[in-house]
Design a protein around this ligand. Structure first.
Ligand SMILES: CC(C)(COP(=O)(O)OP(=O)(O)OC[C@H]1O[C@@H](n2cnc3c(N)ncnc32)[C@H](O)[C@@H]1OP(=O)(O)O)[C@@H](O)C(=O)NCCC(=O)NCCS
Length: 193
């Protein structure tokens, strides 16, 4: 690790509280809700992972999420309702190969979309990235057709940086995407005015 990079040891008890949500480490209790999200037609179309065939297939990804959290590689947060602790969605921030550049991925359970939950969570995780992980730049990509994803990224202050013609494949077809990013400098300017 370079001397310029911060240690990314975050306890598994770490949580972020927003106005309506608690962002916390995933648990096995979340699995039925994750599975139910993947049953909605088209839910996975904008993401690189495929819907599981059975609920049991979600235990291995959970184990990997915990290992990645412990290793400081990716922090996948379950977005839970503040009062019920029930899953609303997921948001992950992942270390990239570029020094101090982190990457975001996210989804909201279809039953909870369109209520501002991802906008609220994205802002909190961007702050976490800059303040706790030592990020100097945070990026995210969205499939060109995915207007909801584009909108939440724009609302969090992210700006277009690059068009990616072959971002990932779905059913054997390449999906076009745009990459967005926010720098720490821009984030500070937006949040200190
Ligand atoms: C993209 C996604 C995460 C948004 O989550 P959400 O909790 O509904 O987001 P929010 O409610 O905070 O904001 C959604 C914004 O997108 C807008 N939006 C949603 N669908 C849209 C569409 N088809 N066209 C234009 N705008 C759209 C909403 O109007 C809202 O913007 P507004 O507040 O200015 O009105 C959610 O739709 C999702 O999980 N999709 C499936 C998984 C996915 O594609 N993840 C992203 C991979 S990059």
């Amino acid at each position: 690790m370079s001397s310029f990079e911060m240690e990314t040891v975050i306890s598994q008890d770490f949580m972020i509280q927003t106005a309506r949500c608690l962002l916390r480490c995933p648990s096995a209790a979340d699995i039925p809700s994750v599975f139910s999200a993947t049953r909605f037609a088209g839910f996975n179309n904008g993401m690189q992972w495929e819907p599981p065939a059975t609920i049991d297939e979600l235990y291995e990804p959970l184990r990997e999420q915990i290992l990645d959290w412990e290793a400081g590689r990716t922090f996948s947060f379950t977005i839970a309702d503040l009062s019920s602790n029930h899953l609303i969605g997921r948001i992950g921030i992942r270390k990239t190969e570029r020094q101090n550049v982190w990457n975001l991925g996210f989804w909201t359970h279809p039953e909870h979309q369109g209520q501002g939950y991802m906008t609220e969570s994205l802002k909190a995780v961007i702050e976490f990235g800059f303040e706790r992980l030592g990020a100097t730049r945070i990026d995210a990509s969205y499939a060109l057709w995915n207007k909801g994803s584009q909108r939440v990224l724009e609302k969090s202050g992210m700006q277009f940086i690059r068009y990616i013609p072959h971002a990932f494949q779905k059913k054997g077809q390449w999906i076009e995407a745009n990459k967005m990013e926010i720098t720490k400098q821009k984030w500070l300017a937006l949040n200190c005015s």
